[in-house]
Write a protein that binds this ligand. Structure first.
Ligand SMILES: C[S@@+](CC[C@H](N)C(=O)[O-])C[C@H]1O[C@@H](n2cnc3c(N)ncnc32)[C@H](O)[C@@H]1O
Length: 385
């Protein structure tokens, strides 16, 4: 295995463990991903794309952003074309999706573009400069907020908050069912290495979470519980006065996510486009991610006044939002057969279930203060072809 120097972050985590005796896994993962200056997302270096560790739909083709833009234009219309509209992207990374969305809105609906305010929220502060450069063309529309503004209730907006592959990057609690009941994974120091111990849960919220879902894990079954996702949704529900929350991520409904076929859970690491199952190597240098429990996002949303408007596979969302029209336009503009073939192959990645991003990826649209919205994603397939 290729070694990387992760000693600085290892030292920080070790110190915390020695002070407390042990830390819940969620605290370990928080440090790995978000320790200021040392965490995976909070240290320099490209994470997404060819030079990074993984791809997201954004790297596949700008059509992904164009289709989100089409849906945002529709949201503005179903809200009665208000005189101002905020689009908020959370976890905006380098800003590529924001660029694709803004380029498309400007082209598709100039009137809407002129009244749009676009806010970027990103955990890594240094990316704001990268986003500013990439989005130079759209500066009059842009503003930035740190995640704390959302988490601490300082943001209010009307419009649409969207994210792509954000919630899968939130630190999770890890639990395991034992003959004595649900136990939580804690991290301890074992010489220079980290090791796991199972102990009673650090918070009753973990068992409460599973009980709410009616899920009883089999002995030996390990699972992630993303309490941060629910807290985040709570802050989104407070910030959103009227409009939509559009969440794109990989995940399942709870019975599938916590079903017997996933006895080891879904938590994985990515490093240079390969999967690493060992959570305790390359500390802070490899991505750590787990699948999203969409059942809990929907249930929590309903309790917070965010009504489910639509939930389904990414391919359904993209096709209903106009994927075929976009493909036809791209193909018509292509000048060679080779180019046309390349476009088809590229776009297939976004919709194909097997080996593509089509069905593990889901889209959830939640609405507040907009009754029976008729969004593009709700169109029946019969209406599209
Ligand atoms: C997996 S990356 C996805 C980036 C981009 N959305 C994409 O699809 O390529 C997750 C991003 O979310 C950011 N992030 C994580 N937690 C966040 C939070 N609470 N608020 C804002 N950004 C966050 C990370 O720093 C990282 O840039």
């Amino acid at each position: 295995m290729e070694q990387v120097d992760d000693s600085a972050l290892r030292g920080v985590i070790r110190k915390r463990i020695l002070e407390k005796g042990r830390i819940p896994f969620v605290e370990f993962m928080t440090a790995c991903l978000y320790e200021p200056g040392l965490g995976y997302y909070t240290s320099p270096g490209r994470k997404v794309g060819a030079e990074g560790d993984f791809y997201t739909s954004i790297n596949v083709h700008r059509v992904f952003g164009r289709l989100i833009a089409r849906e945002i234009c529709r949201m503005w219309e179903v809200m009665g074309c208000p005189a101002s509209f905020d689009a908020v992207e959370v976890g905006a990374g380098h800003g590529q999706l924001a660029k694709d969305v803004l380029d498309a809105i400007r082209e598709l609906n100039a009137e809407f573009y002129e009244l749009l305010s676009f806010r970027l929220v990103e955990a890594e502060p240094s990316l704001a400069e990268v986003q500013r450069t990439l989005l130079a063309d759209h500066l009059p529309r842009l503003s930035w907020s740190p995640p704390a503004d959302l988490a601490e209730g300082r943001l209010r907006f009307t419009g649409c908050l969207y994210s792509n592959e954000l919630i899968d990057s939130f630190p999770v609690h890890l639990v395991e069912m034992t003959p004595a009941g649900v136990r939580e994974v804690f991290v301890v120091a074992d010489g220079d290495r980290f090791a796991e111990v199972l102990e009673p849960p650090s918070t009753p919220e973990l068992e409460g979470y599973l009980a709410r879902l009616g899920i009883t894990l089999d002995p030996g079954h390990r699972a992630e519980i993303n309490l941060n996702a629910l807290r985040w949704l709570g802050s989104v529900a407070t910030a959103l006065e009227r409009g939509f929350v559009l969440t794109i991520d990989y995940g399942y409904l709870a019975p599938e996510l916590y079903g017997p076929m996933r006895r080891n859970g879904t938590l994985l690491c990515y490093w240079r486009h390969t999967i690493e199952e060992d959570l305790y190597v390359r500390v802070g240098r490899q991505d750590m991610t787990s699948h999203v429990d969409f059942t809990s996002l929907m249930a929590e949303g309903e309790a917070l006044g965010l009504k489910k408007a639509w939930y389904g596979e990414q391919y359904r969302f993209l096709v209903a939002a106009g994927m075929m029209e976009e493909m036809m336009a791209l193909e018509a503009a292509a000048t060679t057969e080779e180019e046309r073939l390349r476009i088809r192959l590229t776009l297939k990645k976004l919709v194909l279930p097997e080996g593509g991003m089509g069905d593990t990826f889901k889209v959830l649209v939640q609405a507040k203060g907009v009754e029976n919205p008729r969004l593009l994603c709700m169109r029946e397939w019969g209406q599209l072809f």
